[in-house]
Design a protein around this ligand. Structure first.
Ligand SMILES: [Fe+2]
Ligand SMILES: [Fe+2]
Length: 182
């Protein structure tokens, strides 16, 4: 004997799933938190004087995550925000910041992890990303949440595109980074 009839339990599951389905902002902010944690891990590698190969592997993972995240925002999220808010300046500024982020990523990828500048360049990227994320949360996310954007539909599109970008990035890691940075 189950304590609840099956139908009720299914209804409860459906309700829970509906309540818990992440929207576009949840997904993008989860990326922000994940990258923040990766940068923290990188600082720990520097503190413990980890070998160059280990530092490079983590730095490249950070660069890849940031590249995919920026693409998701540029292809899907920012256009929706631009349409809903009619504030080109806001979105142009965010896209400009992605441009600078790409330059910092390119500098890291062009630097040997044995180079004394390597860790400093990762630190510069970290600071830049933290600032961009803060601005994105305060200015873009807050206003997007108040706008009439279908955040659930956008979340589904982001999930599909992220899978595609990740599949490509794993198969052609180097090429993808090179073309994303071109
Ligand atoms: Fe962004
Ligand atoms: Fe972002």
């Amino acid at each position: 004997m189950t304590p609840f009839p099956a139908a009720e339990s299914n209804a409860a599951d459906a309700y829970t799933m509906k309540k818990q389905a992440p929207d576009a902002i949840d997904l993008l902010d989860a990326d922000h938190l994940a990258v923040h944690a990766l940068f923290q891990s990188y600082r720990e590698l520097v503190r413990t004087r980890a070998p160059a190969l280990q530092r490079r592997a983590l730095a490249e993972e950070i660069c890849m995550e940031l590249t995919i995240h920026a693409k998701l925002e540029e292809e899907l999220f920012y256009p929706a925000v631009r349409d809903a808010l009619h504030d080109d300046e806001l979105v142009d500024e965010a896209e400009d910041q992605h441009g600078s982020q790409r330059e910092f990523v390119a500098q890291i990828l062009a630097t040997s992890p044995e180079d004394e500048l390597y860790d400093a360049r990762v630190a510069v990227l970290s600071e830049y990303v933290e600032r961009h994320v803060r601005q994105e949360r305060e200015q873009v996310f807050n206003r997007a949440l108040a706008a009439r954007i279908d955040m659930q539909a956008l979340a589904r599109a982001i999930t599909v595109r992220k899978e595609e970008l990740r599949a490509v990035s794993e198969a052609l890691r180097e090429d993808t980074l090179a073309s994303a940075l071109a």
